[in-house]
Write a protein that binds this ligand. Structure first.
Ligand code: ADP
Ligand code: MG
Length: 486
């Protein structure tokens, strides 16, 4: 019997408020170390925290987006521990009464293998999500054997989202993570820049034989890219299988993954909640959320990825899988809709955004927001493809030129003389020349049966494309060749 993998995730989502969770200091984006932490963030005697209303609003909005119950009297607790980047000696967080209760996230999985089709759907249950403050940062580089402390991040508002152990392989976990990213960016509560630590994933992994109770899990912390997350999970699954098959035992522990070396190591054995001596924060009142607050939030809810997907399927006749890919990320969705509108063809726009554009962006590791080809330019290219001005082969050439900054597609087509040769007189002359200059191939073609002819016509098409530098209109060329070759 093979092993069954069980995965649950804990995700820190940084809320994009103007100021911190309990103080007026600004959120730090690349500021000089220790210039954006106030006395409140440091928990100095005589200071009192005040809850940031906008952070509460954003956390509750997330709850509504995943159909969760919102706790009407949620309570902040102190989680006590010592660490150099936590000068207060405790983290203000939530334990028993988190602001967001149980909810669900629907995930669309990729089709398996080469079968094509739509791929399965998966429901991942959210156990809860709570509000908490981030700690500062310990900097281990550039200090010659010492550690630097930067407290700018201290007090930054986070929601920690905790899933049930509902995922059963790395691909599912990544698909869920991407969906969560799509939700928090679509509702505008998080900037979603993973390289800046805006979303950080802890993965809990265990294995068991089918039918057995859950196995002992490990937690790999602070994964900040989808790729690292996938690799770290696979590595940990392999390790656990090796340990158990060698007769060993899994130790419940926290592990650290190094993406550069693709290795992981044990960081510490896992502590229990009661080690932290949680207690309700005496400085903060419970956060009250009224019916009116919830109504206002519901009214302000932006379009969610799920609704956008339905709309893309209905309005643009996209397949479910395509609609899912294009609707997830807000920037991709906007780009697609812009190109579809400018080119007046949603299907072509979908194909180009998921195909050529995605490949090009991927190769240069660029986000779609930095695409050198704009949505309007891609739309223009699509329009020229649609009205027969250029062939699909030439379209790729125009795309490349546009990517390289040579101007709008219309300008490129004009300047480079890339218009498709649809004037049959000109094309006819080229075809006549080819037939005259390739007597043996013409002979061979004419003496072949219909099946073979279908293959052999390729030679003449190739010659004509070469002669026209790919500009012959394929339909017209085929017709002309068939007529003339007989
Ligand atoms: P703790 O209180 O120790 O943090 P939780 O019960 O809150 O533990 O679970 C933390 C995370 O670990 C959750 O995402 C949960 O789904 C996941 N998890 C719990 N048990 C397992 C297990 N046996 N295998 C994999 N993941 C698990
Ligand atoms: Mg927990």
């Amino acid at each position: 019997m093979s092993w069954e993998v069980v995965i649950g995730l804990e995700i820190h989502v940084q809320l994009n408020t103007a100021s911190k969770l309990f103080s007026g200091s600004k959120l730090s984006t690349g500021a000089e170390p220790n210039t954006q932490a106030s006395l409140v963030d440091l928990g100095m005697p005589g200071t009192l925290p005040v809850v940031n209303r906008e952070a509460v609003r954003k956390a509750a909005l997330f709850g509504l987006a995943i159909n969760a119950d919102i706790c009407r009297h949620s309570v902040f607790e102190r989680k006590n521990y010592f660490y150099p980047d936590l000068p207060k000696g405790y983290q203000t967080t939530q334990l028993d009464k988190p602001i967001v209760g149980a909810g669900v996230v629907e995930v669309q999985l990729a089709p398996k293998g080469n079968e094509g089709g739509e791929g399965e759907k998966k429901t991942v249950r959210i156990h809860h999500a709570h509000l908490e403050e981030d700690a500062g940062k310990s900097l281990h580089e550039d200090f010659h054997g010492m550690t630097g402390i930067d407290l700018n991040r201290a007090g930054t508002p986070l929601i920690e989202v905790v899933t049930e152990p509902d995922m059963s392989n790395a691909e599912e976990a990544v698909a869920f993570a991407k969906k969560l990213h799509a939700i928090v960016t679509s509702i505008g509560i998080c900037d979603g820049d993973m390289s800046q630590g805006n979303m950080r994933f802890d993965v809990n992994v265990s294995i068991r034989k089918p039918g057995e109770p859950l196995g002992t899990r490990t937690e790999t912390k602070n994964l900040n890219s989808f790729r690292f997350m996938e690799r770290a999970i696979k590595l940990e699954v392999e390790r656990q299988i090796d340990v158990l098959e060698d007769g060993g035992e899994i130790v419940q522990e926290t592990r650290l993954y190094n993406g550069d070396t693709h290795t992981a190591r044990s960081m510490r054995s896992k502590e229990d909640a009661n080690d932290y001596r949680y207690f309700p924060c005496p400085d903060l009142l419970p956060v009250e959320i009224t019916d009116a607050d919830l109504d206002a939030l519901k009214a302000a809810m932006p379009e969610l990825p799920g609704a956008r997907k339905e709309r893309f399927m209905a309005d643009y006749q996209l397949s479910e899988y395509d609609a899912d890919l294009l609707s997830g990320d807000l920037a991709t969705a906007a780009f697609f809709e812009g190109a579809a509108k400018a080119g007046n063809d949603a299907k072509l726009a979908a194909n180009w955004v998921m195909g050529e554009l995605a490949a090009r962006l991927n190769a240069e590791e660029k986000p779609i927001t930095d695409s050198p080809v704009s949505a309007e330019q891609l739309g223009q290219l699509i329009a020229r493809l649609k009205d027969g001005t250029i062939s699909s082969k030439i379209a790729k050439q125009v795309f490349e030129a546009c990517w390289a900054g040579e101007g709008d597609p219309d300008v490129i087509i004009e300047v480079k003389g890339l218009k498709q040769m649809s004037d049959s007189g000109e094309l006819e002359k080229i075809v006549d020349d080819i037939i005259a200059n390739n007597a043996p191939q013409v002979e061979d073609y004419r003496s072949s049966d219909d099946d073979k002819k279908k293959k052999k016509i390729g030679f003449f098409v190739g010659q004509a494309m070469k002669a026209t530098q790919g500009k012959a209109n394929p339909q017209q060329l085929n017709q002309l060749l068939k007529d003339k070759l007989g």
